[in-house]
Design a protein around this ligand. Structure first.
Ligand code: C2E
Ligand code: CA
Ligand code: CA
Ligand code: CA
Length: 278
């Protein structure tokens, strides 16, 4: 028995070692990717369930790796979060989104707000100033930018976080709570935070309209958001059935493969220009 435990430990530490090596490799390559211009943003439209029109988009990070091809953020964001590299990545994302918005506005496109994902690590007292500086550099209005944050930030719950959020809202930016329902924030807690939009997590959308529990959760989230006067976006909507259910609930917007996958900037611009509708 001892031998097999030892063998198990050996195997375990070997596996840990592999993971650590893999992380270090990704971190090094990612640092280089930032310098080499291998990162880019894709855009996934958000559509209004009332008008069927595009009313926003989420900017999603992609890595065009010279050997591995297009790498999804699910692989490298966790590594970046762990190593702190997410701070540099996050700055790049904000800058690139503003540069792109400027370019589109110069081409006379009518731009809906573009949402950028923020890591909890980016959330410090200097954040509003840093964002203001980027907005100014590209002459982009704060109303053009939405920030998506996750519940982990709320759990940290300090008044300092609320103060930063208030500052961002006062500047004119929308604040969306991402992946709502997957974290720990209680409903009573939620009203303390100046959140303008709730995004219902895809895990609750998948089962609509057949899974009773998912229907009940979606209904509860929409009802609560309406009471708090927050906009509601459902993410990961893939079927017309899901869309119809969400529309009847009174959900405001949907984002998902039913309308469009995340696409390169030029493709998103074409959708806007052509007035693509649901
Ligand atoms: P997220 O913020 O929840 O983004 C939504 C994810 O769901 C995206 O995955 C999107 O491609 C995917 N998705 C959208 N509609 C559908 C659908 O109908 N079906 C399915 N199966 N999936 C759908 P993606 O682009 O791989 O991004 C994964 C996660 O990586 C994001 O989840 C976000 O947490 C993180 N991420 C992406 N870009 C950034 C960034 O610039 N900064 C930070 N901090 N995180 C980012
Ligand atoms: Ca998001
Ligand atoms: Ca999300
Ligand atoms: Ca999600």
């Amino acid at each position: 028995a001892t031998r097999s435990i030892e063998a198990g430990l050996l195997f375990y530490s070997e596996e840990m070692n592999q993971r650590a090596k893999e992380h270090m490799r990704i971190e090094g390559e990612l640092r280089q990717a930032l310098l080499n211009g291998e990162l880019l943003l894709y855009y996934q439209p958000k559509v209004s369930l009332r008008s069927g029109r595009i009313v926003g988009a989420e900017a999603l990070l992609r890595w065009r790796h010279p050997v591995r091809g297009l790498v999804s953020p699910g692989v490298f964001i966790p590594v970046a979060e762990e190593t702190g590299l997410i701070l540099d990545l996050g700055s790049w994302v904000l800058e690139e989104a503003c540069r792109q918005i400027r370019e589109w506005q110069d081409a006379n496109l009518i731009m809906p707000p573009i949402a950028v994902n923020l890591s909890a690590r980016q959330f410090d007292s200097k954040l509003p100033q840093r964002i203001a500086a980027v907005l100014e550099r590209y002459s982009v209005q704060p109303e053009q930018i939405n920030l998506e944050i996750t519940e982990s930030l709320l759990v940290r719950g300090a008044d300092a976080v609320i103060a930063i959020m208030n500052e961002l809202r006062a500047m004119g930016m929308g604040l969306a709570l991402d992946d709502f329902g997957t974290g720990y924030s209680s409903l009573a807690y939620l009203k303390k935070f100046p959140i303008s939009t709730l995004k219902i997590d895809r895990s609750f959308v998948i089962g609509l309209p057949h899974e009773e529990n998912d229907c009940a959760i979606a209904r509860a989230i929409v009802t609560m958001a309406q009471q708090l006067r927050q906009e509601i976006v459902a993410e990961g909507v893939e079927t017309a059935e899901q869309m119809n259910f969400l529309r009847e609930l009174g959900c405001d917007q949907l984002q998902g493969y039913l309308f469009s996958q995340p696409v390169p900037a030029a493709d998103f611009a074409s959708m806007l220009r052509d007035g693509k509708r649901l």
